[in-house]
Design a protein around this ligand. Structure first.
Ligand code: FE2
Length: 292
């Protein structure tokens, strides 16, 4: 199972696409039925879709997996009484079939078995490779984590005082739940080739008049290098690299394992978090509920 893409809805599709392409560095991967698709350099047909809508929303966080994996999750979701969409074909780059399922706080996940992968492109320091994690706000992150583990089949990598990190392959986290007073999108992280590419990205964003609201820094859980920005369409986006890959022997950390000394909230301590900008960006995109 692998995190593949995020499906966004925005009031101004053209400007969001422009942002993702330039300065963010994604490549356009076509347009179908009024939805624009953008890809990175990995062999993933697309990593972000952008549709026009009245309100900003996340239609789904999409994972790709095999048919048997999808069948197992669907069975467990039905047994758990989760809201499930019909199994169907998807008309999008990569094609394939699958379904949508809603978590306990309305986070919508989509599982797809693709028909074909895209051609892998040469890695480029000015372009993301792929989407590597999505962080979701949660009122009850333990209930959400239970759903991720028991229904989706994910594993817990770490818990801090306010976040739970879960993985679906060797990448330290595909999803993290951040304790919050809402269940909206927290941020989307794009994997860059290396730390140099993250720094170049900070420069490109600066040229575009977009300041870093936290970073550069290096996180505790996942050990990844990061820089966060607010995209012009309102969502928080992250450039990241060097994300830890873990195996089944990884011992899940507890909050007491991830305590920072005073005046630190990352390993480097070179940048402060702009708390006001963060809390605003983290309450822009709610999840669009599955049709009943
Ligand atoms: Fe992140």
């Amino acid at each position: 199972m692998k995190l593949r893409s995020i499906e966004l809805e925005v009031p101004d599709r053209e400007s969001a696409v422009r942002f993702f392409r330039d300065p963010w560095g994604l490549l356009e991967a076509g347009e179908r039925n009024g939805t624009s698709y953008l890809r990175g350099t990995e062999d993933i047909p697309y990593v972000v879709s952008v549709a026009q809508a009245g309100e900003p929303a996340v239609a789904a966080v999409t994972f790709s997996g095999s048919k048997p994996e999808l069948a197992r999750i669907r069975k467990r979701a039905a047994a758990a009484g989760a809201r499930l969409g019909p199994s169907r074909d998807f008309d999008e780059p990569g094609g394939g079939s699958g379904y949508l399922v809603e978590g306990p706080e309305g986070h919508v996940f989509r599982f797809v078995t693709e028909e074909k992968r895209a051609k892998k492109l040469r890695p480029d320091r000015d372009r993301p490779l792929q989407v590597t994690h999505v962080v979701l706000n949660a009122r009850d992150r333990e209930a959400c984590t239970r759903f991720a583990v028991e229904v989706l089949g994910f594993r817990v990598s770490d818990r801090t005082g306010f976040m739970n990190f879960v993985r679906c392959d060797r990448v330290h986290h595909a999803i993290a739940y951040a304790q919050s007073d809402n269940s909206m999108l927290n941020h989307i992280a794009f994997e860059m080739t290396d730390i140099d590419a993250v720094m170049r990205g900070i420069g490109r964003m600066k040229d575009a008049g977009i300041a870093t609201f936290w970073g550069p820094g290096r996180h505790g859980p996942g050990n990844n290098v990061f820089a966060y920005f607010v995209a012009p369409f309102g969502a928080a986006v992250e450039y990241t690299s060097e994300i830890q890959r873990v195996g089944s022997s990884y011992r899940a950390g507890k909050p007491e394992d991830w305590k920072w000394p005073p005046n630190r909230n990352d390993h480097w301590g070179v940048s402060a978090r702009n708390a006001a900008a963060i809390s605003q960006a983290e309450r822009q995109f709610r999840f669009r509920p599955l049709a009943a």
